[in-house]
Design a protein around this ligand. Structure first.
Ligand SMILES: [Zn+2]
Length: 402
C-alpha cells in the first residue's frame, strides 16, 4: 500500500492524551479544553517540543503514516520574546521528524491577536508576532535552510480568522501562492468562531474568504465543519482542499462535516491527526465515510476505500506540497493480522480502511523509501519505540479556564 499522510498535526498536544478526558468543568467545551491546552503550551521548552514531537511522529510512523503536516504555532519564549534563533521550536519539530524518518511539512503559522477586539491572553503571547513580515521572514529562512532536504517541505498558515485579521490573511495567502507553498487555515470549526466572524465582518469565514478571492487551489481549509451551501460550492469551484480531523473533532464536540457534499462539489479531502487524541490515520480516513453515514443515516454515503486511500495518499501529500512522493512511500501490511486473515488480497484495501488498527502495519514507507539504509531499519524502529517516550510527566492541576 502507498504511504499515508496526516496533513494537520499539533505534535506537542500528544502530552494531553487521556489527561483531558475527566470532567474538569461543569460544562465541558472546546474552549474549556483550550484552556488546558494553553496550560501545557505555556510550559514547553525546546527539548519538550522535540521529545513530544518525536514521540508523536514515531507513533504515527509505526502505524503506517509516512508524512505529517505540522501546523506549528508555538514559536516564542514563555514571555513572548523570540528565541535568539527565531526558528528554535520549528527546528525542534524538524529534528524530531528527522530522527523518526517521517516526511514533514513545517507549516509556519501566523497568530496576531486573541480575537475580534480581544488582546492576546496567556499562552497566546508565545504564538504571536507583531508584524506579518516577521512570519514571512521565518518562512523564507525555513525554505533557505531546508530546500535541499528530501524529508522536509515548508508551508504557510494563518491560525484562524479569529487570530488573524482578514487583511493579513490576504497577505499570507498571496505570499504562499506566489511562492508555490500550501496555505493552511483553521476554518469554521466551532459555532462561536462563526458568530464572532459574522459580528466582525458580517459573513461566515469561508464565505468571507470567497468574497475576497482567498479560496485558491493551494488553500487547505482545516475542519470546515459548519458550512453554508454557498461555501461548499465556493470551495469546490476554487479547487481548494479540506482537511478533516475526525478523531479530534469528535473529541472536542465540533460537529459533523458534510463530506459527501464537499466531494460532490469537487473539493479534494485529506485527513489530519490534529490533537493526537488518537493516532490512527486509518480511523481518520474511515471516519470520512462512517461519520457521514451517521449524519445522513445512509450507507455508501461519501467514499469507498479506493477514494479514501486517495485522500490518505495523493491528496494528503498534495496538501503538504509533497507532490508525487506518496507513490514512493510504501506500507507493508501484515497478512497475518486478524483484520486481514481469511480475506483475499482483493479485499485488503477495504479491510484495512474499514476495519484495521495501526497494528496492521508491519513496515512503513520510511523504512522502504530508500531514505534509510534497509539493514538498519528494523533496529531503528524498535529501539526508537523504547526510547522515545518522554521522561517528563505532563500531569497538571485541572482548573476551570473556561
Ligand atoms: Zn488544529
Amino acid at each position: 500500500m502507498h504511504g499515508l499522510a496526516t496533513a494537520h498535526s499539533h505534535a506537542f498536544q500528544r502530552a494531553l492524551r487521556g489527561r483531558t478526558q475527566r470532567r474538569a468543568t461543569a460544562a465541558g467545551s472546546f474552549w474549556s479544553w483550550r484552556g488546558l491546552m494553553y496550560d501545557l503550551a505555556e510550559k514547553l521548552d525546546p527539548d519538550d517540543v522535540f521529545q513530544l514531537s518525536r514521540w508523536a511522529f514515531l507513533e504515527l510512523a509505526l502505524g503506517g503514516t509516512t508524512a505529517v503536516g505540522e501546523f506549528h504555532y508555538v514559536h516564542h519564549q514563555p514571555d513572548g520574546t523570540p528565541y535568539p534563533n527565531r526558528l528554535e521550536l520549528a527546528e525542534a519539530v524538524i529534528a524530531a521528524a528527522h530522527e523518526v524518518g517521517i516526511r514533514l511539512c513545517l507549516i509556519r503559522t501566523a497568530y496576531v491577536r486573541g480575537g475580534y477586539n480581544q488582546p492576546l491572553a496567556s499562552a497566546q503571547i508565545r504564538f504571536a508576532d507583531t508584524a506579518v513580515e516577521d512570519v514571512l521572514h521565518d518562512v523564507d529562512e525555513l525554505q533557505r535552510r531546508y530546500s535541499a532536504d528530501p524529508l522536509i517541505t515548508i508551508g504557510v498558515a494563518a491560525h484562524s480568522i479569529r487570530a488573524v485579521p482578514l487583511a493579513q490573511v490576504a497577505t499570507l495567502s498571496g505570499y504562499a501562492q506566489e511562492s508555490g507553498l500550501p496555505f493552511h487555515m483553521h476554518l469554521a470549526e466551532q459555532r462561536q468562531e462563526l458568530a464572532e466572524c459574522r459580528a466582525e465582518y458580517g459573513r461566515p469565514p469561508v464565505a468571507l474568504l470567497a468574497d475576497h478571492g482567498l479560496l485558491t487551489p493551494n488553500l487547505v481549509a482545516v475542519h470546515a465543519t459548519h458550512l453554508e451551501d454557498e461555501e461548499v460550492a465556493a470551495l469546490g469551484a476554487a479547487g481548494a482542499m479540506v482537511c478533516l480531523c475526525r478523531t479530534t473533532e469528535r473529541d472536542l464536540g465540533d460537529g459533523l462535516p458534510r463530506t459527501a457534499d464537499l466531494l460532490s462539489a469537487g473539493v479534494r479531502l485529506c485527513v489530519g491527526v490534529d490533537s493526537h487524541a488518537v493516532s490512527d490515520t486509518f480511523e481518520e480516513l474511515r471516519a470520512v465515510e462512517l461519520d457521514e453515514r451517521s449524519r445522513t443515516e445512509r450507507r455508501h454515503a461519501a467514499a469507498e476505500a479506493a477514494e479514501l486511500l486517495r485522500m490518505g495518499g495523493e491528496w494528503g501529500y498534495a496538501a503538504l506540497g509533497m507532490g508525487e512522493a506518496w507513490a514512493e512511500d510504501k506500507i507493508i501490511l501484515n497478512p497475518h493480522d486478524p483484520a486481514l486473515v481469511g480475506l483475499g488480497e482483493a479485499w485488503a484495501d477495504e479491510a484495512a480502511i474499514f476495519a484495521a488498527s495501526p497494528a496492521l502495519c508491519k513496515r512503513c514507507g520510511w523504512l522502504t523509501s530508500g531514505l534509510w539504509p534497509k539493514e538498519n531499519t528494523s533496529n531503528k524502529r524498535w529501539r526508537g519505540r523504547d526510547t522515545a517516550v518522554p521522561s517528563k510527566s505532563w500531569d497538571y492541576e485541572k482548573k476551570d479556564r473556561g
